[in-house]
Design a protein around this ligand. Structure first.
Ligand code: ADP
Length: 641
């Protein structure tokens, strides 16, 4: 892979870049974001690139290194990954080598000799090697124009994967002074990126974030009341999964991996567990069976998965609330690698928050503990809300592709369940929406921020005590009915125009979408899923009042969202019609408690239905068939007897 070399920092020509991409690396096109990163490095800009695992970060430093004179360095903490990459590069005729602490003397001496002779284009080093005086001495004899730092988030003291050795990088770079530095990571959130640049001594870096949206991963989340219901759902998910590949199930503790495997085996499924407490041999046996599709399900702790590249996983389940979106994203990324659809289901229990928080409390470092709690809280908040899960993830990682998923991602159960399709606003609604957004922007410009309730009180010109009458927007929407104001604000939040910050007392913020809407003024962009206001006002003709009372979404129990919420609504509608047909009060047919349990547990047989509280043999014989049919998704007539 011999290339002509341009002076460092003058930019690469498009021709040379594409020639190398196709001839040298055997790839047709860049993926989203890659070309921009390569261009920035070519211009010797300090660069931070945030792309998910598998997104193609290595090409972003390998290709520039091949186009530059001298030897470029890649600092990486993962020795096995370094070795793999060096082997792959060599196979393509690229002069690459690596230095790490696992090498023996001779191996290391040979690499050092090639470096000293100027025969290496790219040298991978582990961060520990940077401290060796001999290494710096060697580098002083060669030209090193470019240093790439892989897994750069490891430099963040309060991050989730901090590594002491990464603190050596900044003084090392200070001494080496390469022309260009680029940092790569899959997980730095917007709050941490600035810190990341500073920790590596980068001045005013260019930032690139791309590729987090994976529309083939269909996300679902269900909050369950107890482990019995959780196992029941797990069994049915594994039974119904598509394809031959096993389901991959993540559990938080070793004990839980073993319990879940036992529950699946009892249901006649081929299940095995995997955790760090097992002997090496047993672990490889399980891993081999998993790779050979000899299992229906593998239940593992997070110890499983590094380096596993099975492309055809169609079902991935989490059995507890993840500690952070970083962990969650990394784990779900193991499903659907071949690009075909995969189901990713989070079955969590209310007590998970406390369990995770308890584990966090065991860390004695106060700042690390606080950071871990913030990460956990972000996950909890997202699961509590009804918003699109993909949007939450993309916002968390600060991926601008979030614009693609608004108002609906088409790839999470929440979006699938909400019939809230966006529609163009009426003139009055649009005027109100504009007033809200202008007020919000003006408040932000004055560094004022308010929670949701206070914001609405301000806009509606409340005279109550504590309402700041000087706040921008005060009384702009005077006379607007509270319900309309609330629904409109909710729809703007759902559509990503209005965001919130702060966890304990969240305050409203205007998002870039809001500012864009106000600046642009294109009327087709003013579309919102404003469904509740309109159905309340105009749906009198089609459905009867019984039906409307039964399907109002206002009073859903909090554990019911996504598919369970949908099931609950259908059960409630059937109950209302049955009660009306029989002239009996609804609770006589089934209590709310029973309906909630049915919706959550989703029983599939009369025996299972008997486990629902308040549903004894008599009720099962009267209503069992109807309930099971509803849960199976069928349309059912009201029960007459
Ligand atoms: P990361 O380091 O971001 O986890 P990798 O650099 O290992 O990801 O890339 C993941 C896979 O994608 C590799 O098999 C790589 O060869 C492939 N890949 C990267 N960029 C492209 C591209 N532009 N076209 C085709 N394949 C690519």
């Amino acid at each position: 892979m011999q290339q002509e070399q341009s002076p460092v920092g003058s930019g690469f020509s498009k021709g040379e870049v594409y020639h190398l991409l196709r001839q040298g690396f055997g790839m047709e096109e860049f993926r989203l974001g890659q070309a921009e990163v390569v261009r920035a490095i070519g211009m010797a800009r300090p660069t931070i690139a945030v792309m998910p695992t598998g997104g193609g970060k290595s090409l972003c430093y390998q290709l520039p290194a091949a186009l530059m004179p001298g030897t470029s360095l890649v600092i990486s903490p993962l020795i096995s990954l370094m070795r793999d990459q060096v082997l792959a590069l060599r196979a393509r005729g690229y002069a690459a080598g690596h230095l790490d602490s696992n090498q023996d003397y001779e191996e290391r001496a040979a690499v050092e000799q090639r470096l000293a002779d100027g025969k290496l284009k790219l040298l991978y080093v582990s961060p520990e090697r940077l401290q060796a005086p001999r290494f710096m001495e060697l580098l002083s004899q060669v030209s090193v124009p470019f240093v790439a730092i892989d897994e750069a988030h490891c430099v963040l003291r309060w991050g989730h994967e901090f590594r002491e050795a990464y603190l050596q990088i900044q003084p090392f770079l200070e001494q080496l002074r390469p022309t260009c530095i680029a940092a790569f990571t899959a997980t730095a959130t917007p709050e941490l990126r600035e810190e990341l640049g500073e920790a590596l001594g980068m001045r005013d870096p260019d930032l690139f974030v791309h590729g987090f949206f994976r529309p083939n991963l269909k996300l679902e989340d269900r909050r369950l009341q107890n482990e019995v219901g959780q196992m029941r759902q797990l069994v049915s998910l594994v039974q119904q999964r598509e394809g031959k590949a096993p389901a991959l199930i993540y559990a938080a503790t070793r004990q839980k991996t073993e319990n879940a495997a036992a529950a699946l085996q009892e249901a006649g499924l081929r299940a095995a567990f995997y955790h760090a407490g097992m002997e090496g041999e047993a672990r490889s046996r399980v891993q081999d069976a998993f790779l050979a599709d000899e299992l229906d399900a593998l239940i593992a702790t997070s110890a499983f998965g590094m380096g596993i590249d099975k492309p055809d996983l169609r079902l991935l389940v989490h059995l507890s609330m993840p500690r952070s979106f970083e962990d969650y994203y990394q784990e779900i990324g193991r499903a659907g690698r071949d690009g075909s659809e995969a189901r990713v289901v989070l079955l969590w229990l209310g007590k998970d928050y406390r369990t995770q928080d308890f584990l966090i409390q065991q860390n004695e470092d106060l700042a690390q503990r606080a950071a871990a709690q913030r990460r956990l809280h972000r996950v909890y908040e997202a699961l509590q809300s009804n918003l699109c899960l993909w949007r939450r993830l993309l916002e968390y990682f600060g991926d601008p592709d979030v614009a693609q998923v608004v108002p609906s991602c088409g790839s999470c159960a929440r979006c699938a369940a909400s019939s809230g399709v966006a529609r163009e606003l009426s003139a009055q609604e649009r005027q109100l929406a504009e007033q809200f957004l202008r007020a919000l922007v003006a408040q932000e410009d004055q560094r004022r921020s308010y929670g949701r309730r206070k914001f609405l009180d301000i806009l509606r010109g409340s005279k109550a005590k504590g309402i700041p009458v000087q706040a921008p927007g005060y009384a702009d929407a005077q006379g607007c009915p509270r319900q309309l104001a609330e629904s409109l604000l909710q729809a703007m939040m759902d559509a990503g125009w209005v965001g919130t910050t702060g966890s304990e007392y969240p305050v409203l913020t205007a998002t870039p979408i809001a500012r864009h809407l106000l600046a642009d003024g294109d009327s087709s962009a003013w579309q919102l899923p404003l469904q509740e206001v309109t159905t309340a006002a105009s749906s009198t003709t089609r459905s009867s009042s019984t039906d409307r009372a039964a399907v109002s979404a206002q009073d859903l129990p909090p554990e019911l969202d996504g598919e369970a919420g949908d099931r609950f609504q259908r059960l409630r509608l059937w109950r209302a019609r049955t009660a009306a047909a029989q002239g009996a009060p609804a609770y006589v047919i089934a209590t709310n408690k029973s309906l909630t349990a049915m919706a959550v547990m989703c029983p599939q047989s009369e025996e299972e239905l008997l486990l629902v509280p308040g549903f004894g043999p008599k009720k099962v014989s009267r209503f069992g068939a109807a309930v099971l049919a509803i849960l199976a998704g069928e349309d059912v007539e009201p029960s007459m007897s």
